[in-house]
Design a protein around this ligand. Structure first.
Ligand code: ATP
Ligand code: MG
Length: 416
């Protein structure tokens, strides 16, 4: 990260002057009297994200800004903070005492490293009204001194190459000139807990990420076609959950072998209803699991009309079986938007890998786009649904992606 603030490392255990990172708060900024609750959650998540960083760190709050520092390279702090949901921006910064002389020196030093001929602007904000110069006066003063000392630069207030942001608090002032966009949103956990139905495709991981950005802590459930498929879909779900857990206090992955129950539905004559009947069984089981783990909603990667199982009629048939709120963050998204988002969050490279997904197992050549409830119920009556659900849950395998060792291969007979 060339060109980012670099000054001698902080000394001592108390926050010393030197490099730090400014984290501008996102939507919690709009919260009223319970804003502190959101801020605490944000800081808890930040602390978790900093675990194992290899040195001591500190966090403090100024107005709508969290300041992060420590005995570790600034780049490492930036890298960790950029994965925490709830910040609008992540800005490597320099922290100095709030005296005009020191601020001026730091501003000149910062701009001295900018390429000759480039344009800059100073944006100053005086949060401490006791500071002798008003914001605009301070910006003017710093701009003039920078030009004096670094004459190779030019002032450009309309399209500057570099914006030097200077924020003056009572005791200390922060100078920053690099701004990474944050993930915005609400702190993970502030909206409660959800259970994400995670397949191996592009959609459900992106849906999980959107759910996290609305403050939901996510656990995951994946249905494999075992014992009739190989474990490739489980590996993918594990890798996806591990990637997603980098954005939240790690959630668990529950793996359920659906193959036998899928076969029972086929034997019961599901025919063209097979896919929707399977989906109903998935949400029924997931809903029961959600109740056990304290998740209030299910999340899926459905997008309206994307495939036959995602028509209004079929989604309604699935909802009817869920008996619990089903959130579909991607309902209005196009496939390309979903793939672009998957690339941005880092799940696309996993989703693209081939797998043996349970949905391909026993899929009818032409799945119905309008599954009728009476017909679905008629198929389901030929099974003891409660017993099937309980059996599925009895065999659940729980993993902690990102925290435990990679799962051992489940036993896998040849695919049907
Ligand atoms: P994805 O790209 O997420 O796999 P998709 O376009 O393949 O989605 P479907 O196969 O119809 O769409 O699945 C719709 C949603 O149902 C998925 O986004 C996921 O939430 C859930 N789902 C499908 N298959 C599974 C599975 N094997 N385990 C858990 N959830 C699943
Ligand atoms: Mg799928």
């Amino acid at each position: 990260m060339s060109g980012e603030p670099r000054v001698p490392a902080a000394r001592g255990t108390t926050p010393a002057y030197g490099p730090c990172v400014l984290l501008k708060h996102g939507e919690i900024f709009l919260k009223g009297h319970n804003r502190h609750r959101f801020t605490e959650r944000l800081h808890d998540n930040l602390r978790l994200a900093l675990r194992g960083i290899g040195g001591s760190t500190w966090i403090k709050t100024a107005q709508n800004v969290t300041v992060l520092g420590g005995q570790v390279p600034q780049e490492a702090l930036v890298e960790r903070a950029r994965r925490v949901i709830g910040f609008n921006s992540v800005e490597p910064a320099v922290r100095v005492p709030s005296t005009l002389e020191v601020i001026t020196r730091a501003a000149v030093e910062a701009m001295a490293a900018r390429p000759a001929g480039s344009g800059f602007a100073v944006r100053a904000k005086r949060r401490d009204k006791q500071f002798p110069l008003k914001s605009s006066q301070l910006a003017g003063h710093l701009g003039a001194r920078i030009l004096e000392e670094v004459p190779a630069l030019r002032v450009d207030l309309t399209r500057p190459d570099t914006v030097l942001a200077v924020e003056v608090d009572r005791k200390e002032t922060y100078l920053s000139w690099t701004r990474h966009p944050g993930l915005t949103g609400l702190p993970v956990g502030s909206s409660g807990r959800a259970l994400v139905l995670l397949s191996g495709g592009y959609d459900s991981p992106v849906a999980a990420h959107r759910a996290m950005r609305r403050g939901l802590a996510c656990d995951f459930v994946h249905f494999s076609g075992a014992p009739y498929t190989n474990p490739s879909s489980v590996y993918k779900a594990y890798a996806l959950a591990r990637e997603l857990n980098r954005y939240q206090p790690p959630g668990r992955l529950h793996v359920i072998a659906l193959g036998k129950a899928q076969k029972q539905l086929a034997v019961a004559g599901a025919g063209r209803l097979q896919v929707v009947a399977q989906r109903r069984l998935m949400v029924r089981t997931a809903s029961e699991l959600a109740g056990r783990i304290g998740a209030e909603a299910l999340v899926t990667g459905d997008s309206l009309g994307q495939v036959a199982s995602q028509t209004l009629a079929n989604l309604a048939a699935v909802d009817e079986a869920a008996g619990r709120l089903v959130l579909r963050p991607l309902i209005g998204w196009e496939k390309q938007e979903i793939i672009d988002a998957a690339r941005a969050i880092g799940t696309a490279d996993i989703s693209v890998l081939p797998d043996e997904d349970c949905c391909q197992l026993l899929a009818p050549p032409r799945a119905t786009t309008r599954a009728g409830l009476p017909q679905l119920r008629a198929v389901e009556r030929r099974l003891d649904l409660d017993e099937v659900t309980q059996e599925l849950l009895a065999g659940v395998q729980v993993m902690r992606p990102g925290e435990d060792a990679v799962p051992a291969a489940p036993s896998c007979p040849a695919p049907v």
